[in-house]
Design a protein around this ligand. Sequence first.
Ligand code: SAM
Length: 479
Amino acid sequence: MYDPKSLKAEEFISDEEIRATIAYADENKDNLELIDSILDKARPKQNGAYVTCAGLSHREASVLLACENPEKIKEMYALAEEIKQAFYGNRIVIFAPLYLSNYCVNGCVYCPYHMKNKHIARKKLTQEEVRKEVIALQDMGHKRLAIEAGEDPVNNPIEYILECIDTIYSIKHKNGEIRRVNVNIAATTVENYRKLKDAGIGTYILFQETYHKESYLKLHPTGPKHDYAYHTEAMDRAMEGGIDDVGLGVLFGLELYRYEFAGLLMHAEHLEAVHGVGPHTISVPRLKRADDIDPDQFDNGISDEIFEKICALIRIAVPYTGMIVSTRENQEVREKVLKLGVSQLSGGSRTSVGGYTEAERPHDSEQFDVSDQRTLDEVVCWLMELGYVPSFCTACYREGRTGDRFMSFCKNGQIRNCCHPNALMTLKEYLIDYAAQHTHDVGDELILKELDNIPNEKVRDIVVKNLAEITNGKRDFRF
Ligand code: SAM
């Protein structure tokens, strides 16, 4: 029985409800009256002094996903852009993944770290190696990391992860520092989530991979990850452990995308219903070639067009949730989805353990082939030339704006008086400390122009003063 408030995986992600949703979407995919009313519901509305968005249910969003009418799809994309502009403006938050260890006891059939892969080089960073990787990342200009590890209670126990987090936060190299560590590790216990919270993590990210239970069991034939309920209920345990920013995602390519899309939104609805706050982010990874993994062996790959439609509809359905696109996507696709609602991008990524300290991109322990192989500086410059403001901001969680506090901050429009100034000030730090000359010139011009987009005059004056202080060597201003 479907119940978004239930704490049982099979009740809040009900197979029956997903199938009924897909059937309902098929029946209504040409129902223009219904489609117009769904689009109307999702449009930003003036609510007193603020603009707010109602979002969409999994059923409503699934009707839009099924709709193939080119005019309506155009409307969907225009709406996604409008919503993105209303809440995220032209800022794009920048991060990089840091792979700590690829030891893994699971048998995930799509991942090269699976236990049976005997030829992949197994590596686990020592604390000294973590230090070197972090210095390399700081020297690129990164302030925000997502740490990644395989699941292995012997090689990568929680104590190891906690030690790495401590090391990462402790390193202050030149003007560099990592100010936010997000964590992407396997589902764990409430007690361990509490430890991660106490270590000062930002978001806890865990991809569901697939919401289709039968496929899930086949795709994860062995290891602790085989337990569908334990994996699916992980976010509830994370929230019980005090982590209120959690990141969802499915690995597109494993199952039918319409099934995954409905499941993903049901998961978001469940978190909102039970904890009063939806997911902080949603990631949209697509299956990639990697070591012994051939994506053509999987039947459910999605085209770039469908990928773009999914991104646009996530933006419309959950307007306050950040959306993350990794370097699994190439420059062209990234450019398209930035417009449709993506708010975070990784840059200069290496997906192998120890990859940042190697002169050449290593391939022997990569988790997946990287499509966007540009340097961070190239990505930053490209974003600015497209009119975006790359942001190295990490202020929200450091100021206690997490969970529902972040959501209400987002909803009451304060984001423009905080996030925009923070983006400009952290970009200025990047330009001075790390940028190539051309990037620096483009950035200075952009910052000057973007000052006008800070609505509050007092805030603007403070930003101008802080920018001068940053030029004089001070760092880490934030609202
Ligand atoms: N071991 C942890 C877990 O099981 O959740 C954490 C992270 S794993 C290093 C990060 C993610 O990479 C996985 O959740 C999966 O979605 C994705 N991934 C695995 N194999 C991939 C592939 N061949 N192509 C693209 N993404 C892949």
